[in-house]
Design a protein around this ligand. Structure first.
Ligand code: PEP
Ligand code: MN
Length: 343
């Protein structure tokens, strides 16, 4: 961290500020006294220093971080990729491409079980499905809630596919644990629900953390840091499109976020082309782009009858479409891996 002090900052002020920084934050401070101003260079772990507090001191001209404010999610302190291993042996982030697929919302037993069987046959290794749904309108279908989790459990028992489902409230954590949810999804709207993130940091289950609608890459990593700071290292980052001025698509898939997240962090990155584009025919090209950019996995919405879906029908693939697209994507991933090995 670099702190530039105002020219009128007196020598005793510099001395007492430097001492308080060293004592309060356990950092070393290098001081350069120039003709115009004094510059302090802080060396050590500055993650816990509140940059706004420093800037608020009336003798401080400016302050700049040179180190990222996240530590546990940072590749600098953990150079190897994190590989998440489920109790059933499924791995995320090991170099293979993980396919998570299923409906936006769990609607009934026949629907979730049929979709589960079909996506499994097409190569998906995780079943997604929302039981608690974050909807813009309070009058829209809110999900089957606890009954939805029961139905996901049935589909899991039939297919062996581990389940990924969204949590919206801290109060539901015990229910998610009892029902054997394998990966807990934190949706875009809850990416900065810090109390929820802190509570999920205390459990021993992988968390799929979706990027907020208008969040920066650094904000996403800071949210991952919240979970990891609590003791839960099993975080999967998810790029699902961000708000831009473009209206043709539901969101804009931020392809550059994929290599950036992989560079800055060791955590696996999964991409959601369904919510990014919001249109079913866009799923395949966006998924292909995500794989080429280095995604560790994809989470894709599939419905047995998209036209009748209770949520997100327009972006949902039919099982037949998913079958075709999954085959294409998995073949492309294989070809990419072959190329990488040959290089
Ligand atoms: C979902 O996965 O159905 C969902 C609501 O996603 P997001 O939080 O990315 O909008
Ligand atoms: Mn959805």
């Amino acid at each position: 961290m670099i702190i530039v002090l105002k020219p009128q900052c007196t020598e005793p002020q510099v001395k007492s500020f430097t001492e308080s920084l060293m004592n309060d934050y356990n950092v070393k401070v290098n001081t350069w006294v120039g003709t115009q101003s004094t510059v302090l260079g802080l060396i050590g772990d500055t993650t816990s220093i509140d940059i706004d507090y420093i800037a608020a001191q009336d003798f401080v001209e400016s302050v700049k971080r040179v180190q990222e404010p996240y530590k546990k999610a940072n590749r600098k302190f953990h150079p190897d990729n994190t590989v998440i291993t489920l109790p059933g042996g499924q791995k995320i982030g090991d170099g293979s491409l993980t396919l998570m697929a299923g409906p936006c919302s769990v609607e009934c037993e026949a629907q979730i079980c049929e979709v589960a069987e079909r996506v499994k046959a097409s190569g998906a290794t995780f079943l997604r499905g929302g039981a608690f749904k974050p909807r813009t309108s309070p009058y829209a279908f809110q999900g089957l809630k606890a009954e939805g989790l029961e139905l996901l459990k049935k589909a899991k028992a039939k297919t062996g596919l581990p389940i990924v489902t969204e949590i919206m409230s801290i109060a539901h954590i015990p229910l998610f644990e009892e029902e054997g949810v394998d990966i807990i999804q934190v949706g875009a709207r809850n990416m900065q629900n810090f109390e929820l993130l802190k509570a999920l940091g205390k459990i021993n289950k992988p968390i799929l953390l979706k990027r907020g609608l208008s969040s920066t890459v650094e904000e996403l990593l800071m949210s991952a840091e919240y979970i990891m700071a609590g003791g839960n290292d099993q975080v999967i980052l998810c790029e699902r499109g961000i708000r831009t001025y473009e209206t043709y698509t539901r969101n804009t898939l931020d392809i550059s976020a994929i290599p950036i997240l992989k560079k800055l962090s060791h955590l696996p990155v999964v991409v959601d082309p369904s919510h990014a584009g919001g249109i079913s025919w866009l799923v395949e090209p966006l998924a292909m782009a995500a794989v080429a950019a280095g995604a560790d996995g994809l989470i894709i919405e599939v419905h047995n009858n998209p036209a009748k879906a209770l949520s997100d029908g327009a972006q949902s693939l039919t099982p037949d479409q998913f079958d075709h697209i999954a085959a294409h994507i998995l073949r492309s991933k294989e070809a990419l891996s072959r190329l990488e090995r040959a290089e």
